[in-house]
Design a protein around this ligand. Structure first.
Ligand code: NDP
Length: 248
């Protein structure tokens, strides 16, 4: 999958659009013609995105928002409904690493914050925009997961649990909507040159990692109205969908 779709007239909501993979996904969606609703806390990063989108002839609406503010997520859905009456693309990309630590040593507040940003806010967002995505003729939901969800690696338990929960939500949501035009998939972007990766692997040379723009370009086709897959995990490194084992 390499073709960037024509998204003219489509409305796309991207969380974590102020930097990293989300920034480039937002820029790419706008470049393909979508009107991008860009969410993050850092106004400077959102403004930089807006400048880049406008310079390329695209359009964006900036929404400075902390995703731990759950009622604000509910209000966002209501505002999108009032202004556009539908949502075509949801990119649930915002996430935090939390802490790399033995499971038994994780502080309660770090555990709760990580789950709030990575899981609870994603569920709240799904709840807020699911009716809007169903109003689209080709709703697409893309949820950023991680290989950590399946790795069982020492010290990654908190982040891994949050991403496993995210994928579980995505799979059930996909199954519930499989007879509608909505397509829901998770994505494993693989190690990418961003602030989060530098936090996780401070000793690593970032030059050895793929650029977030490159990674985003491989994810963009999942927003295509012609996409048929749903309930799967897209692996960016392998550039293909992986199937989950179905229960007996
Ligand atoms: P970055 O740390 O570069 O960016 C994270 C984004 O999430 C920022 O835009 C940040 O915006 C936003 N964000 C974080 N907390 C909040 C919050 N409370 N409210 C609103 N926005 C928030 O991360 P990456 O680009 O590396 O990661 C993007 C996604 O990809 C994540 O879900 C991550 O788990 C996943 N991933 C990344 C990998 C990598 O190697 N980079 C590997 C595997 C998965 P702000 O701070 O302005 O609010």
């Amino acid at each position: 999958m390499t073709t960037i779709p024509d998204l003219s007239g489509r409305i796309a909501l991207v969380t974590g659009a102020s930097r990293g993979i989300g920034y480039h996904l937002a820029k790419g969606l706008a470049g393909a013609g979508a009107h991008v609703i860009a969410v993050a806390r850092t106004v400077g990063g959102l403004e930089e995105l807006d400048d880049a989108i406008k310079a390329a002839g695209g359009q964006a609406t900036l929404v400075p928002l902390d995703l731990t503010d759950m009622p604000a997520i509910d209000r966002l859905g209501a505002v999108i409904f009032e202004r556009w009456g539908k949502l075509d693309i949801l990119v649930a990309n915002a996430g935090i690493l939390g802490v790399l630590s033995p499971v038994g040593h994780i502080e309660a507040k770090t555990f709760e914050k990580t789950m709030a940003v990575n899981v609870t806010s994603t569920w709240r967002l799904i709840r807020s925009v699911d009716p809007l995505l169903r109003k689209s003729d080709a709703g697409r939901a893309i949820l950023l997961s991680s290989g950590a969800a399946h790795s069982g690696r020492a010290f990654w338990g908190l982040y891994a649990a949050s991403k496993a929960a995210l994928e579980a939500l995505a799979r059930s949501w996909a199954d519930e909507t499989k007879n509608t035009p909505l397509r829901v998939n998770s994505v494993n972007p693989g190690a990418t040159r961003t602030a989060m990766r530098a936090q996780a692997m401070p000793g690593e040379d970032p030059a050895t990692l793929p650029d977030p723009a490159e990674v985003a370009a491989k994810i963009l086709p999942l927003a295509s109205p012609s996409l048929t897959e749903t309930g799967l995990l897209f692996d960016v490194r392998e550039n293909r969908f992986l199937h989950y084992r179905r229960p007996e």
